[in-house]
Design a protein. Structure first.
Length: 157
C-alpha cells in the first residue's frame, strides 16, 4: 500500500509469462494482449486498487479499447515520450540490437509501427530526466485521482 492506497502494476513482460503466454507480437496478438490486460486492470480497479498498466501498446485503436473497457473507472493514458535512439541506448536486454539485425520480427519502432497518442492524458518526456523524477510526475497525478483506503491516510488538500 502506497500513500494509503492499494496499488498494483501489470507489467507486460510479466503478463507474457503467464496470462498472455500464448500471444506473439503480431498486430492481432498485440491487440489481444492489451484487451486482456485492460480486463484484468478493470477487475482490480473495481476491487479498489490503483492499477498501473505498463505495456507497449503501439496502436491507438487498442488504447481506445482499453479506455472503453475501463468504463466509468478513471483511466489515464500516459505517453512515456522517449526518442527511439534513447530507447536503444538504454536497452538492458539488447532487444533493439537483435531487432535491427532482423532476429526479432514485429519489433515496435523498428520493424513494426508505433502510433503515438494524439491526446494523452499525461506525457512524460524522459530525455534528460531520472526515472525517479518521471515516476514522481505519475505518482502525483494518481494520488490526486484516487482515494485513500478508509481508516488509513487522510486525503491531502
Amino acid at each position: 500500500m502506497a500513500g494509503g492506497r492499494h496499488s498494483a502494476v501489470l507489467d507486460g513482460d510479466n503478463l507474457r509469462h503467464g496470462l498472455n503466454a500464448d500471444l506473439t507480437f503480431t498486430a492481432p496478438d498485440r491487440s489481444e494482449n492489451v484487451r486482456r490486460t485492460a480486463e484484468v486492470a478493470r477487475l482490480m480497479a473495481e476491487a479498489g486498487s490503483v492499477v498501473i498498466v505498463s505495456l507497449i501498446s503501439p496502436y491507438r485503436a487498442d488504447r481506445a479499447l482499453a479506455r472503453r473497457i475501463a468504463g466509468d473507472i478513471p483511466f489515464v493514458e500516459v505517453f512515456v515520450d522517449t526518442p527511439l535512439g534513447l530507447c536503444e541506448a538504454r536497452d538492458p536486454k539488447g532487444l533493439y540490437r537483435l531487432a535491427r539485425a532482423g532476429r526479432i520480427p514485429d519489433f515496435t519502432g523498428i520493424s513494426a509501427p508505433y502510433e503515438a497518442p494524439e491526446r494523452p492524458d499525461l506525457t512524460i518526456a524522459t530525455d534528460g530526466r531520472t526515472t525517479q523524477a518521471c515516476a514522481r510526475t505519475l505518482s502525483a497525478l494518481l494520488m490526486r485521482l484516487s482515494r485513500p483506503v478508509e481508516g488509513r491516510e487522510k486525503p491531502r488538500r
